[in-house]
Design a protein around this ligand. Structure first.
Ligand code: GZL
Length: 330
């Protein structure tokens, strides 16, 4: 969950677009000046990406790279291969390069204060995208752009209550990366939503690290130790797709013998949903590039921006997936 204390941040839904907050709204953050960057007025943005672990991440990276080109922003991009130490090194190198603004998706919630303090002391503003950090010091970043992961877990849980709650349901939960905001929050939202339905029991819960291979390996082990499993809640499509491979290898029918809920709604997940192998998907929008570049320009110009910008997202049933698949961008 977003860890800012007394968060009175103005949450602007992306559908309304970004607006610089005038006046002295508590919920807006005045940006510190740019860090310097190149000699001309081209903005240099240093972006430290988590990695390339999932279809969602691939779409997110493409969105950022395309949006930087469109916006005329010089993008310095690094891929941390899901290692926090690599993200920290990348941020340090952006500081040494004197970029104008830094953005990153923290692979896990904790362990960022020291490097973000270095950026603050270098007068380089930081934008959090996609995942948030757990820090008491909310002066270390100007704004957060991304999803409400607790809400995503809640949507998944509410569907489970409605569709699985009338019969004994033994759920295998495939968690995202340990310590990552989406893993922590999607688990919390789901657990809260199903708490009042005794028929729904999570009998096994383990990280598959947001990868397809992780989902397959964990699902194989869970099916051996819990043959009663008849439902899966996967924190992303990729682990759900890996679980499908394990379920089929065990001679069972995904979507029927073992029903599946996932989060993301990337193309491969939506195809499995349309094919009846997944039963419900909660969308998590990776297309943050344009909003990020808009925020970066405003922040470097010293304009006030909302402290939190939450993306608009929906959910998909199997019938809806068949309808929308042709026009899906990712
Ligand atoms: C969510 C994002 C998660 C996706 C996964 O915003 O951080 O990381 O749900 C990705 O697919 O690996």
């Amino acid at each position: 969950m977003f860890k800012k204390t007394a968060l009175t941040a103005l949450t602007a839904a992306l559908a309304l677009g970004l607006t610089a907050c005038g006046g002295s709204d508590e919920g807006s953050s005045a940006a510190s000046g740019g860090g310097g960057g190149g000699g001309d007025d081209t903005i240099t943005l240093g972006f430290a990406q988590v990695g390339a672990e999932s279809g969602w991440r691939t779409a997110n990276t493409a969105s950022i790279q395309e949006a930087a080109k469109t916006a005329g922003i010089d993008l310095q991009f690094s891929d941390a291969q899901q290692k926090q130490e690599n993200q920290i090194s990348a941020i340090r190198s952006f500081i040494q390069q004197r970029v104008d603004v830094i953005a990153f998706s923290p692979v896990v919630e904790t362990g960022w204060d020291a490097v973000l303090l270095e950026a603050k002391r270098a007068n380089i503003p930081v934008i959090l995208t996609d995942r948030s950090v757990d820090s008491e010091d909310d002066s270390l970043y100007v704004t957060f752009l991304g999803s409400d992961f607790v809400e995503e877990g809640k949507k998944a849980g509410e569907w489970a209550v409605e569709n699985w709650g009338s019969q004994p349901t033994f759920i295998a939960e495939l968690q995202g990366t340990t310590g990552a905001a989406p893993a922590i929050d999607r688990q919390e939202g789901f657990a809260d939503a199903i708490a009042g339905t005794p028929n729904l029991q999570v009998v096994a819960s383990q990280t598959g690290d947001f990868t397809r291979s992780g989902g397959r390996e964990v699902m194989e082990a869970m099916l051996n130790s819990h043959p009663e499993i008849n439902a899966v809640y996967a924190h992303n499509d990729d682990m759900g797709l890996g679980a499908i491979e394990a379920i089929e290898a065990a001679g069972k029918v995904p979507g029927k013998d073992i029903q599946i809920i996932t989060v993301d709604a990337v193309k491969d997940g939506m195809q499995a949903l349309a094919d009846g192998k997944i039963n419900f998907i909660v969308e998590c929008n990776p297309l943050l590039g344009d909003q990020l570049m808009d925020l970066a320009k405003k922040v470097v110009a010293g304009e006030e921006v909302p402290s939190r910008v939450v993306t608009e997202e929906t959910t998909f049933t199997q019938e809806q997936a068949v309808q929308v698949l042709p026009e899906r961008k990712y």
